[in-house]
Design a protein around this ligand. Sequence first.
Ligand code: DX5
Ligand code: ZN
Length: 213
Amino acid sequence: MKTLVAPSVLACDFARLGEEVAAVTRAGADWIHCDVMDGHFVDNISFGSAFVEAVSRNTDRPLDVHLMITNPDRYLDRYLPVAHSVDIHLEADADVPETLRRIRAAGKKAGLAINPHTPVASIDPYLGQFDLLLVMTVEPGFGGQPFMEDMLPKIRAAAEWREKHRLDFRITVDGGINVQTARRCREAGAEVMVAGTSVFRAKDRAAEIAALR
Ligand code: DX5
Ligand code: ZN
C-alpha cells in the first residue's frame, strides 16, 4: 500500500480557507482531513458541516472527515454527501457497528478512530466492519501537540492483527506527524499520514508533502 498524505485543515488560516485548501491540493495532498469537534467529546469546538462543504468546493481530493463528536449517529448524514471517508470514534456515545454500516451503505469508506488510551484489542468486535483504522497519536482536540512515542507498538499490533486476520483496512496516524515521526509510523505499518502543523507551517508545502510521503 502506498503512503498517503492528508493535510488537516485545522492548522490552516481559516480566514483564507479556500486558498489554503487549493494550495495544499496543488502541493500534492492525497486527501484533505477535516477535524470536526463539538466541545463535548473533546475540549474544543472547531467547525461543522457548512465549513466541510466549503472545503469540498476548493479541492478535487477525497475528504476524510474525522468526527470528534459525542453523537456521530445524529450528525453523520450532514457529512456523508461531501465525504470520501468518515472516521468515528470507538469511544463516542454511538451504536458503532450501525454507524459504520451507514457510512458504507452511503458508498463511503468507514473509519474507526481510537484514542491513545484505548487498547488495540478493543477493535476486535468490529473487525471487517471498517476500511480505515485511525490511531490517535496525540490526545484528540488540538493541533500542534507532540507525537506520543508509545503509540508505535499499538500501530505495530494493529498491522499484525490485520495480517493475521487477512484484512485490508488502512492504518491512519493522526497527531504530531512530521517527516521524522511519519517514517517511524510507516515502518510500524501505517499508510495514511494526517499532518496539520507540519504541512501548513512549512515554507515549502509541496516539499513537505513529498518528504512525508
Ligand atoms: C487532533 C486532530 C488532528 C490535528 C493534527 O485532535 O485529530 O487531525 O489536526 O494536528 P497536528 O498535525 O498539528 O498534530
Ligand atoms: Zn484528525
